[in-house]
Design a protein. Sequence first.
Lengths: 330, 189
Amino acid sequence: MTEVSSADWRPNADLTAIRARAELYARIRAFFSESGVLEVETPILSRAAVTDPALASLSTQVDIAGFGPKRPLYLQTSPEFAMKRLLAAGIGPIYQICKVFRDEERGRRHHPEFSLLEWYRPGWDYGRLMDEVGALVRLALNRPTMPIERLTYRDLFRDGLGLDPWHTEVDQLRRTAERAGLRGLDGLDLDRDGWLDLLLTQCLESRLGRGRLTFLCDYPPSQAALSRVRTSGEVPVAERFELYIDGIELANGFGELVDAREQRARFQGDLAFRREQGRPEPPIDESLLDALEHGIPDCAGVALGLDRLLMIATGVEHIDAVLTFAIERA
Amino acid sequence: MAFYSTNEFKGGLKIMLDGDPYSIVENEFVKPGKGQAFNRVRIRNLKTGRVIEKTFKSGDTVEAADVHDTDMQYLYNDGEEWHFMHQESFEQMTATAAAVGEAAKWIKENDICKVTLWNGAPLSVEPPNFVVLKITETDPGVRGDTSGGGGKPATLETGAVVRVPLFVQTDELIKVDTRTGEYVSRVKE
């Protein structure tokens, strides 16, 4: 983070990185134009917010006639809900490049305001979408032969730590973390998914995507977020994937949940968890639920962090190096 | 009692852990896109100097340590404790040998030191960056050698031993950098 000084009018990114962003966006737009995916724009502000306990929304207020007493409007953490309403309206395949906002997130790879590329493919499953993500990223990085691999979440934990993430208890996960050399864990109170997150980010992530694109897929159902859960195999799995390059998590995709009732139950589960934790309980997006009720096509969708993609393309370690003005200078 | 949230973590922040005061050396924010956020920190125990790692769940709070630095004048050592005086309030405080630590090698009466206070009591003492001390003992150097290649050990009035050039003699005053423990120059009285 930067000290306040008279040089603060200057951009954080050097001019090369600013030009690289323009070039990256041009490539992305050409890619989708060729494959017949429509660019759309949806509101940044919404009357409802994401309920995911891992995300904190920023909010503001407007003072306009006919809008009633001042109510909070939430800044989107992703354009997912609005884009799904467009899918329900029958728009077909769509993409969007937009700014999203997540409070409480600041670090080497995190900035509270960042740029997302999000797209949806009606009629596709998440496997086919992974192929398309791979093709787009190869093009964006100008590395047409970069190897691509898929790895399931279960195999990663089995091979890397010798445990089954579906069937390992919390105290065993804690011991695994200690054995793996993580120190200062005493007093850390986490649930099973919390320990899995710690092990993934601290012990496993750095090996993913070394000189290649690694798609980590098929997550535990408790980490499904907005993906559908497949129950046909040995264990139920969430049809969710994440893309890693050089240990950096770059994209998150789903075989999308399209069932209105199941979606409402997950929203309510999130809110109950938030209540327990004493965290804010924002209003559920009833318009999304109405759209799901009306019916949206089976589809796969993905969100890709453009700032991180630029970090990889330009070979920098800190997100500030690809931002014109980081929040401390905004 | 004051508390800090992990959102306030940054280098230099003073926190309490298991009854000891610590200073944050490094703070890394780690978060999977759809999961639990963590703050992985390296912290220095201000009593022992030892650096350890600690993992916090983001959003957790930790007790603030009442630690701050103040300039104080070193008065004297009574054989057990070291006496300092605040420059403005003239308030006097005593520091243990453990708190004075390495600074004991360098300071003499009337030197201004940076004293770190924890709950109002001296926790550690930092000597001035440069001190001027008299040599009490060193071997006579070879006459005519002014380059000082290699040098020789010299014992100072505080008991510290530093390497000095061969031309520097007993009873001379020298300037020493306390951060490196190295000779800087001769000082004319």
